[in-house]
Design a binder for this molecule. Structure first.
Ligand code: BJW
Ligand code: ZN
Length: 225
């Protein structure tokens, strides 16, 4: 079991040029959540949802890991087997930065999913609604993303890890989306130390024992040192 469990959100990738969701000009100011991030939105208009994630995938492919991603990879390399990153992000910047022990609790832009048989395969850079499942032939293939109303991935493994960790650290997430926003309470209930690293206090910021405020590319490397 890892000693250090780190939850990351859109804020850690912001300085890599990837838009966050809830900033004034963020993704949710440009798109209706119910249109692009719910299973009902996909059923109504799969073209729109596939196009939304094609654009996101292109932005991710053009981005590079920043100093915060690299610092977390260094932390893992120096503490073999004792660091777990639980990311809400669908980008692969933790992996490209060198982190190995990463759970994508809200799915991954680089993965496609068959809603009929649950088969997963690497998503092409540009998905089409005519893409069908390589295993059972069903269409349309969907981006392998956890939308509102769906259950995030690997919840049992995440909760187990948080409840026995030495410290739970939350980086760059606004604390508005559950169950991730409830992880700090789970940690605190089990006597696990808690630290929030963010630009500003999150919606659940008062539940953390300690806080470091500032841009992730400065605060995270400084914390890891
Ligand atoms: C910086 C920075 C810099 C900026 N440096 N920081 C309990 C109460 C009420 C509602 C619910 C509840 N439990 C469940 C719900 C329903 C719902 C929910 O939470 N709704 C709320 C909106 C109220 N949750 C769900 O439906 C979830 N499923 C679920 O609950 O299933 C039931 C179940 C679960 C478990 C066990 C049993 C049953 C699913 C949620 C799926 C979320 N999906 C999305 C979109 C898909 C992924 C994608 O397209 O990318 O995931 S929504 C979106 O929000 C995305 C993100 O991962 C997620 C979190 O956003 P994040 O990362 O926090 O981004 P922002 O923009 O909000 O914040 C960025 C932060 O960074 C800010 O604080 C900035 O200040 C900071 N920042 N620049 C450091 N440089
Ligand atoms: Zn299938």
């Amino acid at each position: 079991m890892p000693d250090i469990v780190i939850l990351t959100g859109a804020g850690i990738s912001a300085e890599s040029g990837i838009e966050t969701f809830r900033a004034d000009t963020g993704l949710w100011a440009q798109h209706k959540v119910e249109d692009v991030a719910t299973p009902e939105g996909f059923a109504r208009n799969p073209e729109r949802v596939v196009a939304f994630y094609n654009t996101r995938r292109a932005g991710i492919a053009a981005a590079e890991p920043n100093a915060a991603h690299l610092a977390l990879a260094k932390l893992e390399a120096e503490n073999d087997g004792s660091v777990l990153i639980v990311t809400q992000n669908i980008d692969d910047l933790h992996e490209r930065g060198g982190s190995q022990n990463v759970i994508h609790m809200h799915g991954a832009a680089g993965s496609a999913l068959c809603a009929s048989c649950d088969h997963r395969w690497p998503a092409p850079l540009v998905m089409h609604v005519t893409d069908s499942c390589p295993s059972c032939g069903a269409a349309p293939a969907r981006p392998d993303i956890v939308w509102f109303g769906e259950i995030p991935y690997q919840m049992d493994r995440i909760i187990d890890a948080i409840s026995v960790a030495d410290i739970f650290v939350s980086i760059g997430t606004s604390g508005n989306v559950y169950p991730a926003a409830g992880f700090v309470a789970e940690a605190a209930r089990n006597g696990v130390a808690t630290l929030e690293i963010n630009l500003e206090p999150s919606a659940v910021g008062s539940q953390f024992e300690d806080a470091i405020m500032g841009p992730a590319t400065q605060t995270v490397p400084a914390w890891v040192e």
